[in-house]
Design a protein around this ligand. Structure first.
Ligand code: PAP
Length: 319
């Protein structure tokens, strides 16, 4: 099955200049400056790089797909807007996190080279799956903050495979998709280059990039990582807020079960044509055990050890 995508001349020219591969059994992916993208996103990324003007007060939520984007968008939104909206009146109770924190390349710049961003509420919070090296210069050079979350590659792959199956409405060939992922071919991949790009920046410029993992957030029963996030975002929790249980309230409001069961997250679409409900599947660490064979696990963990050797990143693979 091939995707039908209407292209304009500029996009045609861009795509025809890029290496492409048939990937995951259903689409062409194009290699733009070292990273793989589906056709419609390649052009919107270029428009975003050209035209997006970051403000110093912006927050950018950056992720590799299926690594905790929806969760981190919800948490960052709740933390940054808590003075306006206590948890009981949060817009998260009525809107999907992707609606409140729009994607740059998957929404705002998709088919719209210069969108009007003037009506966006302040503080502006955006999402992106772009690699660090591909972020618009104004994001890299302003004092806006970037929060990155990633997830162990086994769970990231499994979550992505299930998600894309839902999107295309068929079961994609697991071995072929896995083989592509291991070779770095996945939307916004290579996975390890994506992770290492942000990791490096978080070490060099810790005030600019905060690096979180899905597994650490899952274990965060004491709110340590939420406090880190709030401090990084420039709005630390006060002692009074801690005493009043504000951290626990935000954590609960954004939890998997809470978001999954909200009516608006069971219906409607937020990103491209994906249904909101497909954003909430299992929400666990170690679900790869239910899909991958021991040989697949060995192959990907070997690649992981090789790629991350010496970096200091250690992913937790199980609960
Ligand atoms: P996206 O890149 O398409 O935005 P993203 O939100 O990053 O997706 O990832 C979805 C994964 O996060 C799903 O994982 P699973 O397939 O292994 O289940 C989804 O269930 C999980 N998820 C969504 N919301 C939460 C949450 N509040 N807490 C924990 N996990 C969550």
């Amino acid at each position: 099955m091939e995707e039908i995508h209407q292209k304009n001349d500029e996009e045609d020219e861009l795509l025809s200049s890029l290496p492409k591969v048939w990937a995951w059994g259903f689409t062409y992916m194009y290699n733009y400056k070292g990273f793989w993208y589906r056709p419609q996103v390649t052009q919107s990324m270029v428009s975003c790089q050209k035209h997006f003007e970051a403000q110093n007060t912006d927050t950018i939520i950056a992720t590799f797909p299926k690594s905790g984007t929806t969760w981190l968008k919800a948490l960052s939104f709740a933390i940054l807007t808590r003075a306006q909206y206590p948890s009981s009146q949060s817009p998260l109770l009525s809107f999907n996190p992707h609606h409140l924190v729009p994607f740059l390349e998957f929404e705002l710049y998709l088919n719209k080279p210069v969108p009007d961003l003037s009506a966006l509420p302040s503080p502006r919070i955006f999402g992106t799956h772009m690699a660090y090296s591909l972020l618009p210069e104004s994001i890299q050079n302003s004092t806006c903050r970037v929060v990155y979350i990633c997830r162990n590659p086994l769970d990231a792959f499994v979550s992505l495979w299930h998600f894309i199956n839902k999107g295309v409405g068929e079961t994609l060939p697991l071995e072929e998709c896995f083989d592509d992922f291991c070779q770095g071919i996945a939307g916004c991949g290579p996975f390890f280059d994506h992770v290492l790009g942000y990791w490096k920046q978080s070490l060099e410029r810790p005030y600019k990039v905060l690096f979180l993992t899905y597994e650490d957030l899952k274990e965060d029963t004491t709110g340590t990582h939420l406090k880190r996030l709030a401090e990084f975002l420039g709005c630390p929790f006060s002692l009074e807020e801690e005493r009043d249980g504000v951290i626990e309230e935000i954590s609960k409001l954004c939890s998997f079960n809470m978001l999954k069961d909200m009516e608006h997250n069971k219906t409607g679409n937020s990103i491209l044509d994906f249904e909101n409900k497909t954003l909430f599947r299992r929400g666990e660490v170690g679900d790869w055990i239910n899909l991958l064979t021991p040989e697949m696990v060995e192959r990907l963990t070997n690649i992981m050890e090789q790629k991350l050797a010496g970096s200091g990143i250690v992913f937790k693979l199980g609960p």
